[in-house]
Design a protein around this ligand. Structure first.
Ligand SMILES: NC(=O)C1=CN([C@@H]2O[C@H](COP(=O)(O)OP(=O)(O)OC[C@H]3O[C@@H](n4cnc5c(N)ncnc54)[C@H](OP(=O)(O)O)[C@@H]3O)[C@@H](O)[C@H]2O)C=CC1
Ligand SMILES: O=C(O)C1=N[C@H](C(=O)O)C[C@H](O)C1
Length: 271
């Protein structure tokens, strides 16, 4: 069988470089393109050298059309605007899209869902096995407990992260809301400050910490009368996200158009 031909979008970033390394370590995958924005300092660099490996002959480009030529899947950890534009291009070209980018607006999510009617898209705020298992557990615990247990989601990330709450925190919030049978959009409580009044019964709260080089830590707290359950995940290396994204790329090739999640890829949808 021929190798899966992968383009990385956001190639010069923390995740882009980790993905280039992960592809070089995996079997059956080949890097055929590396995309960055037109002002990037990485343009013209060899992607392998940029990732701290040997030269691989793939040059970092900003021109999307020629880079997509012959690609099977684009694995995209860039920025919300870039991912939405790329989703539209990939829908036209019928190329599968794996989206790890976070920080999307409602309008961005709608545009990606529209693109997914024409090509397979796997989108997740967290590509790791551990976090997706945590989401499945969160849904089950939330379905078991009643509103006397307050749900709070706490996350911590490195000091370069630009969006909050993290995509993972929102994914966990959606899982909690599904389990409880409510809508996250009307239940979430974010950014408490000042005299906020007592906690609203049934709210799902979010708190974001930023500092140092923390890769990503998430905790879902179910705080009840006189007892508390805490479910947590700590990412120690970005390689867990990269390996998950590459598993999604293998899974996506040849699928029917649709918007898929990592739960679909990992077979956790009915967990
Ligand atoms: N789903 C998951 O499992 C994970 C998701 N993420 C998410 O992935 C995204 C990237 O994270 P990270 O790698 O840490 O961030 P970085 O800022 O290190 O990387 C993003 C890269 O994308 C580049 N970029 C910006 N605009 C474009 C564009 N138009 N075309 C191509 N490239 C572009 C940036 O360039 P420049 O720096 O010059 O702006 C940068 O090189 C974030 O949204 C993050 O939250 C991260 C880890 C795991
Ligand atoms: O920006 C990051 O670094 C990460 N972003 C994702 C998120 O927003 O949840 C996933 C991971 O936690 C790292």
């Amino acid at each position: 069988m021929s190798d899966l031909r992968i383009v990385i979008a956001g190639a010069g970033g923390r995740m882009g470089r980790t993905l280039i390394k992960a592809i070089s370590e995996a079997g059956g995958l080949v890097l055929v393109g590396a995309l960055e924005h037109s002002g990037s300092a990485h343009l013209g660099e060899d992607a392998g050298l940029m990732a701290g490996l040997r030269a691989d002959g793939v040059t970092v480009e900003s021109d999307v059309a020629p880079t997509l030529n012959g690609a099977d899947v684009v694995v995209d950890f860039s920025s919300p605007g870039a991912s939405v534009r790329l989703a539209e291009r990939l829908a036209e070209a019928g190329i599968a899209h794996v989206i790890g980018t976070t920080g999307f607006s409602h309008a961005d999510n709608a545009a990606i869902a529209a693109a997914a009617r024409r090509t397979p898209v796997v989108k997740s705020g967290n590509m790791s096995l551990g976090v997706n298992l945590l989401a499945a557990l969160t849904r089950r615990v939330a379905a078991t407990l009643d509103e006397s247990f307050d749900i709070e989601i706490v996350e911590m990330h490195h000091n370069k992260k630009v969006d909050a709450p993290s995509g993972t925190a929102l994914l966990l919030g959606e899982a909690a809301a599904q389990g409880r049978g409510c809508e996250l959009s009307t239940s979430s409580e974010r950014g408490r400050d000042g005299v906020t009044g007592a906690r609203k019964p049934g709210a799902i709260g979010f708190a974001s910490l930023r500092g140092g080089s923390v890769v990503g830590e998430h905790m879902v707290i179910f705080a009840g009368p006189s007892e508390r359950i805490e479910l947590a995940h700590k990412a120690e290396d970005r390689m867990i996200f990269a390996r998950g994204a590459l598993a999604a790329a293998r899974w996506a090739k040849g699928r029917e158009p649709g918007l898929y999640s990592m739960a679909d890829v990992l077979g956790l949808s009915d967990f």
